[in-house]
Design a protein around this ligand. Structure first.
Ligand code: PRP
Length: 208
């Protein structure tokens, strides 16, 4: 049979996302079993889940390996995948912000060194302000960069602000609010549109 393939983001957000699918009537009890399986089917409902790295969900959905999935708005803004954004699930809320050491003062005479994994979001932000920047692309532990003078500022996700605080950094300005979004492959939206619509409406009712 042809399943509707659903890519879930691994980790804390993914648990919350699955709980919403479950409450909406798309449960898959085997997903809670402690085993090494990577895909989980509910034959009766015709759905199959799989966990992927949060930043990979949009790739699976764009390429049609997953019909739908849940990705952070940060990933959608950064990579602009060619997918439909169907619903804001109102979970995984945080923001992308510029942060710097408390003593930081911008020197407009030279390019601002910006460490980030969100190069496109950072570029768009500073281009709009007409500020010249030098992007330092990192993949994690971004907060280290200004501490070790690798960069002047960082552009990163801030949720509680705890990571910044514990490293002597402060928010300089907010760039954009983030939350988890239900996304769909464009062709799947046509050919599996009915079930996708049912899932979307079911999830919409679960938004607190
Ligand atoms: C994000 C971000 C910060 C942290 C912010 O990291 O990069 O390090 O969360 O959260 P806080 O404001 O509540 O302290 P994430 O856990 O996504 O992992 P990463 O190290 O791969 O960026």
């Amino acid at each position: 049979m042809e399943y509707l393939n659903i890519a879930l983001p691994k980790g804390r957000l993914g648990e919350k996302v699955y709980a919403m699918f479950e409450s909406a009537g798309f449960e898959c009890p085997s997903i809670k079993e402690d085993n090494r399986k990577l895909t989980f089917e509910n034959e009766e409902k015709g759905i199959r889940y799989f966990w992927v790295k949060p930043s990979d969900v949009a790739i699976y959905v764009e390429r049609g390996a997953a019909d739908i999935g849940v990705a952070g708005k940060d990933i959608l803004l950064e990579y602009s995948p060619d997918v439909y954004e169907l619903l804001d699930l109102d979970i995984g809320k945080c923001r992308v912000a510029v942060a710097a050491p408390a003593a930081f003062r911008d020197n407009p005479k030279r390019a601002l060194k910006v460490a980030t994994k969100f190069a496109n979001i950072a570029k768009a932000h500073y281009t709009a302000k007409g500020r010249e920047i030098d992007i330092i692309h990192l993949n994690g532990s971004i907060e280290l960069a200004p501490i070790l003078s690798l960069s002047d500022v960082i552009v990163d996700i801030v949720e509680t602000g705890r990571t910044l605080k514990e490293n002597g950094l402060e928010v300089v300005e907010d760039i954009v609010p983030i939350s988890a979004r239900l996304i769909a492959n464009k062709a799947s939206s046509k050919f599996k549109g009915e079930i996708i619509e049912i899932i979307k409406n079911g999830l919409a009712k679960e938004i607190k």
